[in-house]
Design a protein around this ligand. Structure first.
Ligand SMILES: Nc1ncnc2c1ncn2[C@@H]1O[C@H](COP(=O)(O)OP(=O)(O)OP(=O)(O)O)[C@@H](O)[C@H]1O
Ligand SMILES: [Mg+2]
Length: 221
């Protein structure tokens, strides 16, 4: 449907565009979009550091292919290779191209949520609210899947979300430092298997971009 339509715009531009053209903001002054932009970014839970990123050359083909199919993506590979930034670009572009379907996507940072889950698992009502947030949305990014595993509540939480999303065929983009064999042996075979039902598996290889950009000072005494 969107063949050969590589996106050159930033995450910020794609989301702004999706808001400008959305039916719900249609009657507002276009200039007011910035007000809704911040609210929407907070709602999604999107990390602001990725807002000015745009797709890199090697990701262009991947993006085109992805926008043309209905499946999710499991992006795995070593640290700093660009998995999270690519996931943010996908989310923004899907919002832009499917304005009504993906108005309210969600970004779930598994590192940050770990403590909430542990504290709130006892109070079933609150944990249900958290789980509902991530099962209901038609588009979900799960970032850093597989970090800090170990507790039963963490595994229950993520199993529930992935189960529900697989059964209901809801688009899910997952980033991880671990491959699915590792997930199968260290978290749960059934989760790994469901992910293959839900997602295309893409390996990110290359160097750590953060280290490349780091300013390293050499002090000679
Ligand atoms: N599209 C992009 N535009 C500009 N810089 C980028 C882009 N993608 C990645 N980078 C650079 O690479 C760094 C790492 O990217 P990112 O956070 O996406 O990696 P990651 O694979 O998710 O790492 P980790 O496994 O540690 O979570 C970014 O901080 C940025 O400096
Ligand atoms: Mg990441």
């Amino acid at each position: 449907m969107f063949m050969n339509t590589v996106v050159r715009s930033t995450v910020r531009e794609s989301i702004t565009n999706s808001l400008k053209n959305s039916t719900e903001l249609y009657c507002f002054e276009k200039r007011d979009v910035s007000k809704y932009f911040d609210e929407r970014i907070d709602y999604i839970g999107l990390p602001r550091m990725y807002l000015d990123f745009k797709v890199r050359t090697f990701e262009e083909e991947l993006l085109d292919e992805y926008l043309n199919n209905e499946r999710g993506m499991y992006l795995y590979g070593s640290t700093g290779t660009g998995k999270t930034s690519f996931a943010c670009i996908l989310l923004a572009e899907l919002m832009n191209r499917n304005k009504d379907m993906y108005k309210y996507p969600k970004f779930l940072d598994m590192r940050a949520i770990k403590y909430d889950i542990e504290q709130e698992y006892q109070q079933t009502k609150t944990i249900k609210d958290i789980i509902d947030r991530y099962t209901h949305t038609p588009l979900l990014v799960i970032d850093d899947f597989g970090v800090m595993i170990g507790t039963e509540s963490y595994i229950q939480f993520i199993s529930h979300i992935i189960n529900h999303r697989e059964q209901n065929n809801k688009r899910t983009i997952i980033t991880s430092n671990k491959n699915l064999n590792w997930i199968g042996s260290n978290i749960d075979d059934r989760i790994a298997s469901r992910i293959t039902g839900l997602c295309d598996i893409i390996k990110f290889s290359g160097n750590d971009e953060r280290l490349k950009k780091a300013k390293i000072k050499e002090i000679i005494l």
